[in-house]
Design a protein around this ligand. Sequence first.
Ligand code: CA
Length: 309
Amino acid sequence: MTKGHILVVEDEFDIAKMLDIYFRGQGFTVDVAHKGHDALAATRKQLPNLIILDINLPDMSGYDVCRDLRTTTRTSHIPIIFLTQKDERSDKIAGLELGADDYITKPFDIEELKLRVQNAILAAGRQKNVHPITNLPTGGPIEEHLRTLMRDTRHWTYIDVKIQEFETFSEVYGWSAGDEVLRFMALLIGDAIDKYGTPDDYSGHPGRDNFVVITHSNEVDDLIEMMTSRFLDDIQQHYSFIDRERGYMLVQSGGEELRVPLMSLAIGHVSTRTHRFSDIREITEVAAENRRRGDSSESSNSDDILTAW
Ligand code: CA
């Protein structure tokens, strides 16, 4: 289990390399981006636990990277530590005003940076309730986001996603394989929002096999279709050759052998285009009910699989 996933954004090769080696040695997972645009692209693929962000980058300033991350709903909660030049007080103030969580001046003491990184990750976990595997917001912040949306005049759609047969898969293949599936799901949601969503879209991870997407998109059907069909394609890779070939798992239960289908997505959604909600509970209840009924026309793929066994 890694201590967290850090994205280092630094164009000075030696510093980037040093941070990469050091934090890997400390048990973190590290990605390095040498340009601002690469950093933004990387965060859209996978949410890191923390970003170490140099202010002077070749293609755009660290401030602009920070501003983009903070104004994109999905990345707005990621802690950021700025790397600033020595004695540039205005740098620090500008960074903190933009919502950076901390800053450290070059040349820096690596031990001090490590402490700040650990503190920022811990603080984010405490305050903002993110899921430890996917770094997606959990129940509390999702409710908070829905509360602000109740006052939003734009239309939005709440999508409830459940990975069917996830628990059985985790039991058979182990929790680590299960965690891989959750990371894959978070990545898939990010890709779908990138393709069909808007910068204000939101995703959350309220329960182990349960995810949430809240989108302002007009292409909700396409977004759901992309998640459903790509999940069916890519989930195959998480199974052994034998299970993949026969299309189900064999599980012993009470002396009997059960055929358990491969994982698929069950999806339900509700939209302000068709519903008026009086409170938050109603939104999540209606969406979950639609999901259980298989109301989302796009979830027909998974229904086929369920009836097939
Ligand atoms: Ca630099």
